[in-house]
Design a protein around this ligand. Structure first.
Ligand SMILES: [Mg+2]
Length: 250
């Protein structure tokens, strides 16, 4: 399996199934898709299976990429724990139990107590989102100003050090660094990579015909579980993603 680090490297290989991360890949963080990207993605949908993969809830994904892609793309929401087919049918939805949610909230409580200084100027009600299959904890607020979010932890060092100081020692659950400011909590092993492999199995898609494009394929990034599942392409942001799509549709 190949892990490309530049759009040019992947030249020449033709894929049938193309998976995309959303935040910082198809769009900026929690931002609407740009018209050029939208047009290119529409063209891609005409010849390939396009799968949109995100830690976000499906409503947020439609908001960002545009609901006009409904019926044209497959969606793996909440890191793939909620899967929707191209014909809009639900494929699976792995909801968390109350006990599982409690365990996650306890870890969030520990972080909040030990890193009090981070939470002085935030909207209390905007930090934790129960997404059903996943709980997402943003350290500055899910709807905080974008520039503030992008400035918060661009190198992911802060969140990495928090998890080093306060590891989440659950037997059945795990936490991953997600998006620009958050931690994603979900069932152990039920990450993007696992759920992508489940979708590929479900449809009988071949590994060699599939590629995943994302901005966080580095170790510890929220796309790193896809390494080893199919070919991957690391992009720096939407500009490079657009360049990759342009190659595929040209
Ligand atoms: Mg991303």
């Amino acid at each position: 399996m190949k892990n490309f680090n530049a759009v040019l490297d992947s030249q020449g290989k033709i894929y049938k199934h193309v998976f995309f991360d959303v935040d910082k890949t198809l769009t900026r963080s929690r931002t609407l898709i740009e018209p050029q990207m939208k047009a290119a993605l529409f063209k891609l949908c005409a010849t390939k299976d396009v799968v949109v993969v995100s830690g976000a809830q499906i409503e947020q994904i439609w908001k960002q990429v545009g609901v006009d892609f409904s019926g044209k793309v497959f969606v793996l929401a909440q890191n793939g724990n909620y899967a929707v087919a191209k014909d809009r049918k639900d494929l699976w939805r792995n909801n968390l139990s109350e006990g599982e949610k409690r365990e996650m909230m306890e870890h969030i409580g520990l972080i909040r107590r030990q890193f009090k200084e981070l939470f002085v100027d935030v909207d209390e009600h905007d930090l934790v989102q129960d997404r059903g299959c996943q709980i997402t904890f943003s350290l500055v607020g899910h709807n905080a100003e974008l520039t503030r979010k992008e400035r918060f932890d661009p190198k992911v060092e802060l969140r990495t050090s928090i998890l080093e100081k306060i590891p989440f020692s659950s037997k059945t659950l795990e936490v991953k660094i997600g998006g620009t400011t958050s931690f994603d909590y979900f069932r152990r092993g039920k990450n993007k990579g696992y759920n992508i492999s489940q979708l590929m199995k479900f449809y009988g898609w071949k590994t060699e015909d599939s590629i995943y494009i994302g901005d966080a394929l580095f170790s510890g990034g929220n796309d790193d579980s896809v390494i080893g599942v199919c070919d991957t392409l690391q992009v720096s942001g939407p500009e490079e993603t657009l360049a990759a799509i342009s190659k595929m549709i040209s």
